[in-house]
Design a protein around this ligand. Structure first.
Ligand code: FAD
Ligand code: GLY
Length: 375
């Protein structure tokens, strides 16, 4: 066993978008941070579509998550600007949610009531208004909701840019404490503060109930501009989305499957995605299918992220479930604030790692133990 020298201030376990963004933020704040990951950027962040969609990811009963997602959405222009907005294909052309049949329209209307209640800026559209915004939609589309605040980015490009800015060490952590990490090569590495951002694998390292939620996702390739806007469809009660990139790629996703650490792409998964997306956007049937993939979303029991300092003194940054690309900049800022003992940029009480303790009163939220790095 040997110590790494010189000792970094912060070791981050996990090099997905969350760990890398946190490391980049810490380094910009003058704190020496390194990331440990045997295969950085290959987890859920590689699968993700890249919708930055606080509004179209808003659900009844999740208003605290909506608040975090809205704060993240406001942080994106600066975050993307510093990485190079064109380089990461950050686009602010809004998003359209479209209903395939009358029951799907009722479902959208119900979400519209939530948008109204929360004062979110959306436009309810009739069938012909949907097609005016996105001509590729089937003439049978029943109606929709347009949200100018929902944006998009290419997560693979974001991760590539972050990897250019952050040092990584290709090892896996087998044990962690608040100031020490034991790696699978036998090395022990010491630091002032350990941050764990190991996505769906966090529960294997720490006693936090994070589960993997499988998402199968496809990449199509066609002429640039074929699809004008990201479209989320409700098709016979199921959700499907198509997200166009500026180079003609169209990402079609995604299944939601609770079946553990399984990343197999299945005939049924691909069939369902193609069936639903082509019901809504039949014009996509002629373009190339260039990739099938599956990734594991990190989900907590309440589907809210886990961001905060645990009773074990470790800083947690995990459980970002369906919105880890969206929330990366705000999580990064929160992690840096926690490490420095500053006030976080958002209320982290609903996201405390201590909320899973049986004796925790969820209404009060757990007190955050802020760990400052001594200068
Ligand atoms: P990951 O990207 O999974 O990274 C975790 C990393 O930890 C991995 O690189 C892994 O190698 C490493 N690791 C694990 N264990 C260890 C260990 N012991 N030691 C060292 N390293 C370790 N979000 C959005 O905001 N918008 C979207 O459009 C969107 N679409 C999605 C589509 C799909 C199909 C899926 C699956 C997810 C999607 N998400 C989306 C969710 C988003 O991808 C995740 O919330 C986000 O990527 C989580 O990032 P992460 O860094 O926590 O995890
Ligand atoms: N946010 C899209 C997904 O998780 O599939």
């Amino acid at each position: 066993m040997s110590d790494l020298s010189p000792k970094p201030d912060v070791i981050i376990v996990g090099g997905g978008i969350i760990g890398l963004s946190a490391a980049w933020q810490l380094r910009r704040d003058g704190i020496e941070a390194v990331v440990l990951d045997p295969a950085p950027g290959t987890g859920a962040s590689h699968a993700a579509a890249g919708m930055l969609a606080p509004i179209h990811e808003a659900y009844w009963g999740e208003v605290h998550i909506l608040e975090l997602n809205l704060a993240a959405s406001h942080a994106w222009p600066e975050f993307a600007g510093e990485l190079g907005a064109d380089t990461v294909d950050y686009r602010r052309n809004g998003m359209l949610m479209a209903a395939h049949d009358t029951d799907d329209k009722a479902l959208l209307d119900n979400l519209g009531d939530l948008h109204e209640q929360e004062g979110l800026p959306v436009e309810r559209l009739r069938s012909r208004d949907c097609r005016a915004r996105e001509p590729l939609l089937t003439p049978g589309v029943r109606g929709g909701v347009y949200s100018p605040l929902d944006h998009q980015v290419n997560p693979r490009r974001v991760v590539a840019e972050l990897l250019n800015r952050v040092p990584t060490i290709p090892v896996s952590a087998t044990r962690v404490s608040h100031n020490r990490v034991v790696a699978d090569n036998g090395q022990t590495m010491a630091c002032q503060q350990v941050v764990v951002a190991a996505g769906a694998w966090t529960g294997r390292l720490l006693g936090v109930p994070i589960r993997p939620v499988k998402g199968q996702i496809l990449r199509l390739s066609g002429p640039e501009g074929l699809l004008a806007l990201p479209v989320r469809g409700v098709v016979r009660g199921s959700s499907v989305y198509a997200v166009p990139r500026s180079d003609g790629e169209i990402v079609v996703g995604a299944t939601q499957e609770e079946q553990g650490f399984d990343t197999r792409v299945t005939a049924g998964g691909v069939y369902e995605l193609l069936r639903d997306v082509l019901s809504l956007l039949p014009g996509l049937s002629e373009i190339d299918l260039v990739e099938t993939w599956a990734g594991l979303r990190p989900g907590a029991p309440d589907n809210a992220p886990v961001i905060g300092t645990g009773d074990d003194g470790i800083v947690y940054a995990t459980g970002h479930y369906r919105n880890g690309i969206l929330t990366a900049p705000i999580t990064a800022a929160a992690v840096s604030a926690l490490v420095q003992g500053h006030e976080p940029p958002v209320n982290l009480h609903p996201f405390s790692p201590s909320r899973f303790h049986p004796d925790c009163d969820p209404s009060s939220g757990a007190e955050q133990t802020l760990s400052g790095i001594p200068g």
